[in-house]
Write a protein that binds this ligand. Structure first.
Ligand SMILES: Nc1ncnc2c1ncn2[C@@H]1O[C@H](COP(=O)(O)OP(=O)(O)OP(=O)(O)O)[C@@H](O)[C@H]1O
Length: 249
């Protein structure tokens, strides 16, 4: 399969501490890859480097063959890499559909944005549908539940037509029902995008993950299917900080 993301020898140092210490990661086109690991493993730092937020001390990140290291965040977005944050960043006073519209217009200069006629574009309507927010289109984003805000943020990414989506703990703080809906959303998105999900929730992982990469202390500890990763004693030992032999549940 065609590799979309190729991370090689990535090293990130914060005040002498190596948050990433030689990370290699390859994600193929169309993959739904889960990235797990204990607190401080370096998961968010890895996403930060891919998206141009953090500059590595060494290493390379290629997206579709293009080197991303050294590019500013907005350049990375324009190349087709979208990410969410643990706290959804939406414009609270604007309606759901206006948030999507604004995100969809990010490529346009301000003048053409202001000239654009009102009305829902096809891509905004599609994002509303995919995110399950059609019925809430005219509600201000500020009244959305935590889960709905996360879906809106994902919708705001989708209208920017990314090829690679990086989702940072999309189900953190969600109810069981919201987690299920997010899983469905993830499956829909993964049909047409390459997706990397940082996640802590093991139940969610078991249900929706295909390939899993486990990070530990800034290095890749293991890669494989959910079953392979769960059966690995090193993963059991470090991931949840449990003693040897105790199952990862
Ligand atoms: N800007 C920063 N300055 C200093 N240290 C940092 C910075 N960002 C992250 N770190 C440190 O780097 C390490 C990796 O952090 P990171 O947030 O990437 O881990 P994580 O795997 O995402 O953890 P969590 O699951 O808790 O979100 C941690 O020890 C963290 O304290």
């Amino acid at each position: 399969m065609n590799p979309v993301l190729e991370v090689r020898g990535l090293r990130v140092v914060f005040d002498g501490f190596a948050a990433l210490d030689g990370v290699d990661l390859t994600v193929a086109e169309g993959e739904l890859r889960f990235l797990i690991g204990p607190n401080g493993a370096g998961k968010t730092t890895l996403i930060d480097v891919i998206t141009g937020l953090t500059r590595p001390a060494a290493g390379s990140v290629r997206f579709d063959g293009v080197e991303l290291v050294g590019l500013r965040e907005h350049r990375v977005v324009r190349l087709g890499v979208g990410r969410t944050f643990q706290t959804a960043a939406v414009f609270e006073e604007l309606s759901v559909v206006d948030n999507l519209d604004l995100a969809a217009g990010f490529r346009l200069p301000l003048r053409s944005l202001l000239r654009r006629r009102r009305g829902i574009s096809d891509e905004v309507a599609a994002a509303l549908e995919t995110a399950g927010l059609t019925a809430l289109a005219d509600r201000p984003a500020g009244v959305l539940s935590h889960g709905q805000r996360q879906w809106l943020e994902i919708g705001m990414l989708l209208v920017q037509r990314p090829r690679l989506l990086l989702l940072d703990e999309p189900v953190a703080g969600m109810s069981r029902d919201e987690r299920e809906r997010t899983g469905g959303l993830l499956e829909r998105i993964a049909r047409t995008h390459t997706v990397v999900v940082v996640e802590h929730d093991m139940e969610f992982l078991r249900r929706y993950a295909r390939e899993v990469t486990v990070l530990h202390q800034g290095r890749v500890l293991r890669e494989g299917s959910v079953a392979e990763v769960q059966d690995d004693p090193r993963v059991r030992e470090v991931y949840l900080g449990r003693s040897k032999g105790e199952a990862v549940t």
